[in-house]
Design a protein around this ligand. Structure first.
Ligand SMILES: [Zn+2]
Length: 263
């Protein structure tokens, strides 16, 4: 299993990373992709990726922190983008639910990071909340820079929007929220071909049922995978294999790393 989105550097997890990584290896969670939100988490993620073979990192500024996007941040992104264990630019996008940064700033910073990702041929991991229309507009305006794949992390949009994005070849990641009662994700998943779905935990957030409300860890990933298997009506092993294949396809640097390991 692969956890395509989590935050090991979060204060709730960072003191236990060594144990979490060991437990993951023992329980079949093979790879962890740590997502960047701001300057500190971007550096922490790359450091974790350098410390643990199974950890990979993204680089980028969360929409909440768009107001802190400055020359130093861009310079650091450029410095880290070619790092062998940096697999994507994320989590980037728009969040109009919390509105922690001005909306125009969020859109500008989102667009700038799409361009930067393209110059390093990195896929995008998107965080979008209550802003699907505007996010789509930014993506459309940046269409010539969308050459390496788009992942909607913790997808919470409509079935109709999923169909539209799936037609463009986008990917969708689901975590604990997919297990919540009243999640009604079945009609969304119906619009998403099985070769475009990824699993994640977003740890330490979004604990799946029946652990909702507790600190989440990648060890709970199996609950997400089981739910996806039942939605797609396939057995858990087939779902696991499919999720793995999808993740390696979207994040080619995972493959390059594996090939280097085997040389
Ligand atoms: Zn996240």
């Amino acid at each position: 299993m692969i956890d395509s989105h989590l935050h090991l550097d979060d204060p709730k997890l960072r003191d236990n990373v060594k144990q979490i990584v060991a437990d993951c290896a023992a329980q079949g969670v093979e790879l962890l992709i740590n997502n960047s939100c701001d300057y500190a988490s971007m550096l922490a993620g790359v450091e974790l990726a350098e410390s643990y073979d199974c950890v990979f990192a993204t680089i980028g500024m969360h929409p909440h922190d768009s107001k802190s996007f400055d020359g130093k941040f861009v310079e650091t992104m450029n410095r880290l983008a070619a790092h062998p264990k940096v697999v994507a630019v994320g989590e980037i996008g728009l969040d109009y639910f919390y509105d922690l940064s001005d909306r125009q700033t969020q859109r500008d910073v989102f667009a700038a990071q799409i361009e930067l990702a393209d110059s390093y041929k990195l896929p995008l991991t998107l965080h979008v909340r209550d802003a699907y229309g505007d996010a789509w507009d930014v993506l459309r305006a940046q269409k010539k820079h969308l050459n390496s794949g788009v992942l909607w992390h913790c997808y919470s949009g409509s079935a109709e929007f999923a169909r539209q994005a799936a037609r463009e070849g986008h990917y969708f990641a689901f975590g604990g929220a997919v297990t919540f009662k009243n999640a009604h994700k079945e009609e969304v998943l119906e619009q998403i071909p099985i070769d475009r779905v990824l699993s994640e935990t977003d740890s330490p957030y979004m604990s799946p049922e029946p652990l909702r409300g507790r600190v989440n860890t990648p060890l709970n990933l199996h609950l997400v995978v089981a739910k996806l298997a039942s939605c797609y009506n396939v057995d858990v092993n087939a779902m696991e294999a499919q999720l793995k294949e999808n993740t390696y396809r979207l994040f080619p640097k995972l493959n390059e790393h594996k090939l280097r390991q085997t040389v």
